[in-house]
Design a protein around this ligand. Structure first.
Ligand code: SF4
Ligand code: SF4
Length: 473
């Protein structure tokens, strides 16, 4: 038999315990003393099984223990022998059942945020001559499309998005009612979420959304001086004064679902901790998530590597705070760390960076289907229409190009189980190809994944029960 060698993994230590993050399986493996010795021996050079066992016995390890550790590491692919192990990631079976549909109920907005991917310089949409508002008829047809294309799934999800979503509130209302009735008739459970800039959150709207258990995400960039840098009306006036009282009213009245804030981080807005404190502690959001804009180096608002380093430092400090909360069995509201821990806990090894074009689709006001909300109204990325169905050839071309097997730069990267090349939209804006790996933020991805692995490891050692929050329900 040929020699044993190391498999593909990223090693990390947390709470005095050594771990391996196994690639490509995405599993986390805690090393005991014997398995740690096996890894150390193989780090020096390849070994036959006999010599590996002999070295461990010489260290005082019983033969049976040595054999067991080698077998366990081999079965988990932490080590390999001459036969190797498969590195190609399997393709998803098609047609893949839909889970979530994002309805862009309007492509109109009452704000003119400077970084907006729908209206700003990075837009990919070509909305000229197309409907500005989704009709009730199209929205109801989209519900039927979701029901028909989600075979085998009991729980499905409908998200309302814009433009400014609440500019078409009547259609949102009628679609929720229609979808509930139809899902019930089909024996499915449907839940709803909605993203808004908060400008149109009046008391009756808030009351309706609370009554209907609609999950809400508010786009807001922090306290007034930060929010108003880029989240402005068309006359340049900031939006904070208008939205703050509406957000407070929403948080006071809507108690049926957690309310989240979504912050866009740009070169002008990087003070993650101050933003978090304001949104969580002063305004009272349940969760705060941050999305760094890295799309184009020629956009003044895009984060360069210095900005990303600052963001990573602050993310790391907030992740530490999350850890302290978790060790006290308390929930912290930093959703970026929660989302990554969720993926690590599930042991995901992604073939595609996200569900776009697979379990998730976006729908434009015209009924055109797109891979996700960021591509709606784009002729280049159209995957079909609600009335005529998905164009399977175009869809499979999109998915083929986005598959990890087609991204050679990622094949030696230990972060690929969680990254898989990164967001298609960012790739398109940056490289002109949705299938291109987002190579401009690899250091950031690997840095952030390492932080989250260490948080995960420490929770696993000190308060493993907390990880049950991440079990599939
Ligand atoms: S884009 Fe970069 S970080 Fe992501 S998997 Fe590819 S090489 Fe790794
Ligand atoms: S393509 Fe990008 S924006 Fe669209 S769902 Fe995927 S990660 Fe999100």
């Amino acid at each position: 038999m040929s020699g044993y060698r190391l498999g593909e993994f990223h090693s990390f230590a947390s709470a005095d315990q050594e771990f391996l993050y196994l690639v490509p399986s995405g599993a986390i493996f805690a090393l005991d003393e014997v398995s740690s010795s096996v890894i150390k021996h193989l780090s020096a050079a390849e070994r036959t099984r006999e010599s590996l066992v002999a070295e461990l016995i010489a260290q005082g390890v019983a033969r049976s223990e040595a054999e067991e550790a080698i077998d366990e590491l081999y079965q988990s692919h932490a080590i390999a022998n001459g036969n190797g192990f498969p590195t190609e990631v399997q393709k998803a079976p098609m047609p893949f059942p839909l889970q979530s549909l994002v309805l862009n109920v309007t492509n109109q907005c009452n704000l003119s945020c400077k970084y907006c991917y729908e209206f700003g310089e990075d837009r990919v949409a070509t909305p000229e001559g197309k409907p500005k508002f989704m009709s009730e008829e199209t929205a109801h047809a989209a519900v039927e499309f979701l029901l028909a294309n989600s075979p085998g799934r009991r729980a499905i999800h409908l998200t309302f998005f814009g433009g400014e979503t609440l500019m078409n509130f009547k259609v949102v209302q009628s679609t929720i009612e229609y979808a509930r009735t139809r899902a019930h008739a089909e024996g499915k459970y449907i839940d709803f979420s909605l993203t808004t800039n908060a400008t149109l959150l009046t008391p009756p709207v808030i009351e309706y959304l609370a009554e209907q258990h609609v999950g809400i995400t508010i786009s807001i960039d922090g306290p007034k001086e930060l929010n108003d840098q880029l989240r402005v009306f068309s006359n340049g006036q900031g939006s904070y004064e208008m939205i703050a009282p509406r957000v407070k009213e929403l948080l006071a009245k809507h108690k049926t679902r957690p309310i989240g804030a979504r912050v866009t981080l740009t070169s002008q807005v990087v003070d993650v901790k101050a933003i978090y404190r304001h949104l969580k502690d002063e305004l009272g959001f349940h969760e705060v998530g941050f999305a760094p804009v890295t799309t184009s180096p020629v956009r003044l608002y895009a984060l360069g590597s210095n900005g990303l380093n600052t963001v990573l430092e602050q993310f790391t400090e907030l992740a530490q705070e999350y850890l302290e909360f978790a060790l006290r069995d308390e929930m912290h509201g930093f959703s970026n760390v929660k989302d990554t821990l969720q993926e690590l806990h599930a042991g995901l090894s992604k073939a595609h960076p996200c569900g776009a074009g697979l379990g998730l689709l976006g729908v434009a006001p015209s009924g055109d289907i797109a891979p996700c909300h960021r591509f709606v109204d784009s002729d280049t990325h159209k995957l079909g229409n609600i009335a005529t169905g998905i164009d399977r050839d175009v869809q499979s071309d999109f998915l083929e190009r986005g598959h990890i097997n087609r991204k050679p730069e990622c094949h030696t990267c230990w972060a690929r189980p969680v990254c898989s090349g990164g967001c298609y939209h960012e790739a398109y804006v940056r490289y002109g190809d949705t299938g291109h790996a987002n190579l401009h933020y690899c250091d950031w991805i690997r840095g952030w994944t390492d932080v989250c692995l260490k948080v995960y490891g420490e929770i696993a050692v000190k308060n493993p029960k907390f990880l049950e929050h991440f079990d599939e329900r």
